[in-house]
Design a protein around this ligand. Structure first.
Ligand SMILES: [Zn+2]
Length: 291
């Protein structure tokens, strides 16, 4: 009840419940990419998480009970991309709590025990309707709740090596949906910070982003289709990234955050681009020998 009242207060007046130390430490340890953060970053992450937990409502589906440990694991991974970001309008923010505005269009997080099969319908260019099943580990809808499969979230520590992280994937979609008109689909083009990669104008920043993303996306699609056609080695990253530019953005961001070293080898052009988006004006993090 107290939390409900607090949610209506401005963030600066809220007094969220602190995350118990032992639980916080367990969360960090379970996720190598969180354990590797510097202490100041972990403190900032914890602050973001406490406010995230106050602002969001978790719902367990199909009999799943969302425990505190599950909620904190989701919060920590959801807030990781925010750590060094600028605000939604491109401005530097002094109060990190304002970064939660990136996720301000929704409250509900639905946690399913496992992946969900969704019935899909697609009309192709020739007007033929295709019906198919899609297995979803998560889903983000513009101005709607976010869905996560706990089975996938629970493997986040283990799957970091492969660059896989469902929580980051879905929350990055939310960032990508920031400036959408109702009914539009995201396109791997989130609002960029002021002065993005030393550009002077928004149009220049956007053009640089689009150009770099398009080249990397085309190269990746080419690698996927070469592997399919000639039975070669499939690319390191999930070929789901070849689906469309929005999925490419979400899937590559997963790897950027959970296995930066391997990601840098696979997508060297995206490292400065994503550093420019997720940590504008900051030094790149020190290289780790872990992966
Ligand atoms: Zn996706």
């Amino acid at each position: 009840m107290l939390d409900l009242i607090q949610r209506w207060l401005p963030r600066s007046l809220r007094r969220p419940t602190t995350i118990p130390e032992a639980l916080w430490q367990r969360t960090l340890t379970a996720h190598p990419f969180l354990a590797a953060l510097e202490q100041a970053e972990q403190q900032r992450l914890r602050l973001l998480c406490t406010h995230f937990l106050l602002e969001k409502e978790f719902h367990g589906a199909n009999g799943l009970e969302v425990t505190d440990a599950m909620a904190v694991a989701i919060a920590a991974q959801a807030c990781l991309p925010l750590l060094h970001m600028h605000g939604v309008s491109g401005e530097a923010v002094a109060d990190p709590r304002r970064l939660l505005d990136w996720y301000g269009d929704f409250v509900g997080i639905v946690v399913q025990p496992g992946a969900v099969v969704a019935k899909r319908k697609r009309t192709d260019g020739a007007g033929v309707v295709h019906q198919y099943d899609e297995v979803l580990a998560g889903e983000a809808m513009d101005r709607g709740p976010l869905m996560l499969s706990w089975d996938d979230v629970a493997h986040a520590g283990e799957w970091a090596q492969q660059g896989h992280n469902v929580v980051i994937h879905e929350f990055v979609h939310k960032m990508d949906m920031q400036e959408l008109q109702l009914g539009d689909a995201p396109g791997g083009a989130p609002p960029l910070p002021d002065g993005f990669m030393s550009t002077r104008h928004r149009t220049e920043a956007r053009a640089l982003w689009q150009r770099t993303m398009q080249t990397s996306y085309d190269d990746f699609r080419e690698a996927v289709s070469m592997a399919e056609r000639f039975g070669g080695e499939p690319p390191w990253l999930d070929d789901y990234a070849a689906q469309d530019p929005a999925e490419f953005f979400a899937v590559t961001c997963e790897a950027f955050f959970v296995n930066r070293n391997r990601f840098a080898l696979e997508f060297p052009a995206l490292i400065p681009l994503y550093d420019g988006f997720f940590r504008p004006g900051q030094e790149p993090p020190p290289a780790s020998a872990e992966h």
